[in-house]
Design a protein around this ligand. Structure first.
Ligand code: AMP
Ligand code: MN
Ligand code: MN
Ligand code: MN
Length: 303
């Protein structure tokens, strides 16, 4: 296959960011504001990948369409694998797919139970009404630990959200509730049956031992997972290089994502990611030829 396609969106010249959040999960911008900011930052193709929810996609598509940029429908699915929480991004998904939406609904129901439980555990540390506070900050259906972190900051219990995680919300801390998210095979199946590509999010962030991480990638590949984030806003330059090599060795497609949550967070900015190293096959290569799923469906702000 050559690199020219009849209905190409001349994507090779575009800047990609395929991992971002809005207020529909734990980001701070509306989907419309996120897209507007990404456009201003020079991004040509943006994926909205909220945690366990796709509610923001309609609004994001509407704004992207108005601005003439491409919006990829995405999601970041919470997975428990061998006791570790890992995140699997789904890209270019059909958000109306029933199996995917049933799976995400189950994860949101667990999230809601967990949020109440986090509130209960913080109450034991004499922190009042944390669930109510986090719920209020959330604005959408998803209540995550980030909302608890913001609540703890607003109330003066901690100075920053990193401290909130270190002191209260990380594994082993008083507000931590062990999670049972989706199985790895389920998450990949939901994404693939909705027509999307499954991508391991920010692989450099996991704390698994090297052998365990290898086993994780093996299982992900056996389940039908095809891509990893080689470039991540939460990676060091060394991690970017490491995962570029790993993608090439294992035959993974390579993705690029900032994991932007809002302008308040300084280490994950929009539009500043390095390019994919030579030798990596971009996860979007096929979209350049077959057209983006989103182009013919960016009609209404709702859906
Ligand atoms: P949840 O899915 O609700 O358990 O929350 C996970 C989210 O919390 C991640 O997507 C990050 O946005 C945020 N997060 C997790 N750990 C940390 C940390 N140590 N510091 C800051 N944010 C974190
Ligand atoms: Mn998050
Ligand atoms: Mn993540
Ligand atoms: Mn994320």
């Amino acid at each position: 296959m050559g690199n020219t396609c009849a209905n190409s969106v001349s994507a090779s010249a575009l800047r990609y960011d395929l991992h971002t959040h809005s207020i529909r999960s734990d980001g701070t911008l509306t989907p419309a504001d996120l897209v507007t900011r990404a456009h201003a930052a020079g991004i040509g193709v943006l994926a909205l990948t909220d945690h366990d929810v796709t509610d923001g996609i309609g609004e994001a598509l509407f704004t992207a369409n108005q601005l003439g940029m491409s919006l990829i429908a995405g999601v970041e699915i919470s997975v428990t694998w061998h006791g570790h929480t890992v995140h699997i991004v789904g890209l270019n998904i059909d958000t109306t797919h029933v199996l995917l939406q049933q799976g995400l609904a189950r994860l949101r129901a667990f999230r809601e139970w967990r949020a109440v439980e986090i509130g209960r555990r913080l109450q034991k540390k004499r922190i009042d009404k944390a669930y109510e506070g986090a719920r209020r900050l959330a604005q959408g259906e998803i209540v995550g630990r980030m909302h608890f972190a913001r609540f703890l900051m607003d109330q003066g219990y901690v100075r920053g959200h990193q401290q909130a995680f270190r002191q209260f919300l990380a594994r082993g801390k008083p507000g931590y509730v062990p999670a049972q998210w989706a199985e790895l095979s389920e998450a990949v199946t939901w994404i693939r049956s909705a027509g999307g590509r499954a991508v391991v999010a920010h692989p450099g962030r996991y704390t698994m031992k090297p052998g365990e991480l290898r086993e994780f990638f093996d299982t992900f590949q056996e389940c039908g997972g095809e891509a990893i984030e080689v470039i991540s806003g939460s990676h060091t330059a060394e991690a970017n290089r490491h995962y570029a090599l790993l993608a090439q060795e294992r035959g993974f497609l390579a993705s690029v994502g900032s994991d932007f949550h809002g302008p308040e967070k300084t280490w994950m900015t929009l539009g500043r990611l390095p390019a994919l190293p030579d030798g990596c096959i971009p996860v979007w290569r096929e979209w350049e030829c077959s057209g983006l799923r989103t182009e013919d469906s960016a009609l209404s702000p709702q859906s």
